[in-house]
Design a binder for this molecule. Structure first.
Ligand SMILES: *[C@@H]1O[C@H](CO)[C@@H](O)[C@H](O)[C@H]1NC(C)=O
Ligand SMILES: *[C@@H]1O[C@H](CO)[C@@H](O)[C@H](O)[C@H]1NC(C)=O
Ligand SMILES: *[C@@H]1O[C@H](CO)[C@@H](O)[C@H](O)[C@H]1NC(C)=O
Length: 350
């Protein structure tokens, strides 16, 4: 999808983003960095109350994140005092699995992360919220208590309709095509990547209009019935069961695999050395969790106003320096920085 490459190139070169008017032909989208809040074995969506949860996650967003986050009582906005995201009214939490490198001697090291093209901070995740590209249809922002999940931490074969994928990044740029088609793959790249590995997780754009969550954290939302999964880009219709158009949330992480690119470090059998924290060397199990926590109507305002990039007249901001100060201590004290004999939690898996 060329428009995405174009939009991002323009964003980076000109830094536009003062809300209206967005230049002709450039679709509006929030695109901003959330720095690392904590790297931690907790999962209040899939394993609420479990300390530890089965595998390690990187978590970004508001600092009220904890093991339970009971949707009926946990108010992310009121309970947070800071956020690791650029937009300071966004106390949502977003989390994904983390990537490890496995050395020939069998020890593991967590792969560092890079801020995305044109953004700063200490790694973490680039978050997108994309309204319809027609510029006139308004989406319905999420309601308090809204949560959702994409991907499956137990997947052992390619998903039929992938929403989670990897790209072997070239030296520079290349943000075109975010729909998991080639050159992206569901498996981890087989060769060393000079620009690191990008992983993308794309959430649905259609909602049932009623439930803020469902037991599988998926059934209350849906992808469009036609076109690509991005009904906001293509105008693809939402299914009758899920008629309400919601912003397209997308999580993008750049894993800096370059310190491990020397083929001398790679397995002698020719396989690739990276492993998701789910203990998955194929790459099918990356997943993204979202717990909505924007203050008042701030997200609705930003979507209706068609803010683009990480500057928006109707939202409050902080600098990257401020955003990296928002961190929380680990509840489960794992060594997530040194060389380790196994990935935290791996002993709890097969
Ligand atoms: C999580 O935070 C909520 C509200 O801030 C609090 O009531 C709850 O006890 C916390 N849970 C844990 C496990 O810390
Ligand atoms: C294992 O290999 C890595 C990468 O070569 C190295 O940095 C680490 O020190 C080694 N650990 C042991 C215990 O030999
Ligand atoms: C979308 O929201 C904006 C800002 O509130 C408003 O001016 C516009 O009329 C809305 N568009 C539609 C189609 O409702």
């Amino acid at each position: 999808m060329q428009w995405k490459a174009l939009a991002l190139a323009l964003l980076v070169e000109h830094g536009f983003g003062q809300g209206f008017p967005v230049p002709d032909g450039i679709p509006a989208m929030l695109r901003f960095q959330c720095s690392q809040l904590v790297i931690e074995r907790l999962d209040p969506l899939v394993s609420p109350g479990s300390i530890p949860s089965p595998h390690l996650h990187q978590i970004v967003g508001g600092n009220s994140f904890n093991a339970t986050m009971d949707p009926s009582t946990h108010d992310l906005v009121k309970s947070s005092t800071c956020t690791s995201c650029t937009f300071t009214e966004d106390f949502s939490n977003y989390w994904t699995a983390v990537l490890y490198f496995r050395a020939r001697n069998g020890t593991y090291k967590r792969v560092p992360q890079l801020p995305n093209l044109g953004l700063g901070g200490n790694g973490g995740v680039t978050i997108y919220y994309i309204p319809p590209h027609d510029g006139t249809t308004n989406v319905t922002a999420f309601k308090p208590g809204f949560r959702m999940l994409v991907g499956d931490a137990a997947l052992s074969e390619p998903g039929q309709d992938p929403k989670v994928c990897h790209r072997c990044m070239p030296e520079e740029g290349d943000n075109s095509n975010l729909n998991c088609a080639a050159p992206d793959s569901q498996t981890l790249p087989a060769e060393p990547c000079v620009g690191g590995i990008r992983s993308v997780i794309t959430f649905p754009t259609c909602w049932d209009g009623v439930n803020t969550d469902t037991p599988d954290h998926k059934s209350h939302v849906a992808y469009p019935t036609e076109g690509t999964f991005d009904s906001n880009a293509d105008g693809g219709p939402c299914p009758e069961t899920h008629p309400v158009k919601i912003p397209q949330v997308m999580l993008e992480t750049i894993w800096d695999t370059t310190p491990f690119n020397d083929e001398e470090l790679w397995p002698e059998d020719g396989s690739q050395p990276f492993v998701w924290s789910t203990n998955d060397r194929d790459g099918y199990t990356q997943h993204g969790d979202y717990v909505f926590g924007w203050k008042d109507d701030s997200l609705q305002r930003a979507m209706d106003y068609r803010c683009t990039g990480d500057v928006c007249d109707v939202l409050e901001h902080q600098t990257f320096e401020e955003s990296i100060k928002c961190t929380i201590p680990q509840t489960v004290e794992d060594d997530v920085d040194g060389w380790v004999t196994h990935i935290p939690g791996q002993e709890m898996l097969d």
